[in-house]
Write a protein that binds this ligand. Structure first.
Ligand code: NAD
Length: 332
């Protein structure tokens, strides 16, 4: 049995994580869930979006599955997602984007992985007003942060038998910050002669991904570009409803879908559980539960391929709970 912290999250988070809990139970996944609340709910109750017991539970279990958490725009508390990643030193954000037959999208056979640096860049949140009519935000890139994320990308590529790593940057303009990231990437690439290496400027990369996504494989980049390009990659394979993710540190891993809390659909039993299920499947692989992971993935892929019991964003009319039931039926 693996003890895993489960954060149901805000908005549609609870219905999505509940879909995973049901599927895991049906698949006989050896998981003991330790449920911990965070986000809007605990903020209203105790004034804290990230209570200490959530962190204690994740530090003890080393593995968590997390529903999305709402962050108010422009005002209110700072992102609880950013705080969680910082407090647990989850420096790598892994976002695979893979085509599944039956999922409507403009491309077939996409298999891309975005490795996003998760701690630095403009997400350091060091910003302030300069007088009343100007504002300043500071972009932080360090050799240490760049080294460990680029090394992570190459190690991932090697372990998963991928052919190429592309580093994405804007070093032509930000010669110090992105320049440092690129220098570190070039240096580390030399240690991995078995893996092809190239660099792309982020604007060109965005266009290339839309025009010729098949040219790319694993991509590594600073935080902000990773945030944006991983949504582009999600769009290439059918949207946010099917995009999973993981936040990884040296010994702690928190799995979560790329999408947010989709608050307008909260409680309507409507949104697509695929991204959360695929994040949970990544978690099972991480825990070494490969057989169960493959079983769930195959059942989900079969339901997607049939296209009958799928949610609105995939062109279907099924509720979250109906799609979940269809996946469970496929495993029997
Ligand atoms: P969102 O991802 O919640 O929604 C974007 C669009 O995608 C909406 O049209 C939504 O309905 C749709 N969508 C999202 N998930 C879906 C699913 N599973 N199935 C079908 N459609 C889906 O992004 P947003 O509206 O920009 O953000 C809402 C809230 O989520 C904000 O408070 C934001 O800060 C938060 N957020 C949290 C995380 C996280 O917890 N990691 C990530 C992104 C955004």
């Amino acid at each position: 049995m693996h003890n895993v912290t489960l954060i149901p999250g805000d908005g549609t988070g609870p219905e999505l994580t509940s879909s995973v809990v049901k599927i895991f139970e049906a698949a006989g996944a050896p998981i003991n869930w330790e449920i911990r609340e965070a986000g809007l709910k605990t903020f209203e109750e105790s004034g804290s979006v990230l209570p200490e017991d959530v962190l204690t539970s994740i530090r003890r279990n080393k593995v968590a599955l997390k529903g999305p958490l709402t962050t108010p725009i422009g005002e209110g508390f700072r992102s609880v997602n950013v705080a969680l990643r910082k407090k647990l030193d989850l420096f790598a954000n892994l976002r695979p984007a893979r085509s599944y037959p039956g999922v409507p999208s403009r491309y077939e056979n996409i298999d891309l992985v975005v490795v996003r640096e998760n701690m630095e860049d403009l997400y350091a949140g060091i910003e302030h007003m300069v007088g009343e009519d100007a504002a300043e935000s500071i972009k932080i890139i360090t050799r240490k942060g760049s080294t460990r994320i680029v090394r992570f990308a190459f190690d991932y590529a090697r372990a998963h038998k991928r052919r190429k790593v592309t580093v994405v940057h804007k070093a032509n303009i930000m010669k110090c910050t992105d320049g440092l990231f690129l220098d570190v990437a070039r240096e580390i690439a030399g240690e991995y002669p078995d893996i092809e290496f190239e660099d792309r400027i982020v604007d060109n990369m965005s266009m290339q991904l839309v025009k010729k996504p098949e040219l790319y494989d694993v991509m590594v980049m600073p935080n902000l570009y990773g945030d944006i390009l991983s949504d582009i990659c999600a769009g290439l394979v059918g949207g946010l409803g099917v995009a999973p993710g993981a936040n990884l540190g040296t010994d702690i891993a928190v799995f979560e879908p790329v999408h947010g809390s989709a608050p307008k659909y909260a409680g309507l039993d409507k949104v697509n559980p695929t991204a959360t299920i695929l994040s949970a499947v990544m978690m099972l692989f991480h825990l070494g539960e490969e057989e169960t992971a493959q079983k769930i993935q195959a059942a989900l892929a079969a339901v997607l391929a049939e296209g009958k019991d799928v949610t609105y964003d995939l062109g279907g009319t099924a509720a979250t709970s109906e799609m979940t039931a269809a996946i469970i039926k496929k495993m029997k």
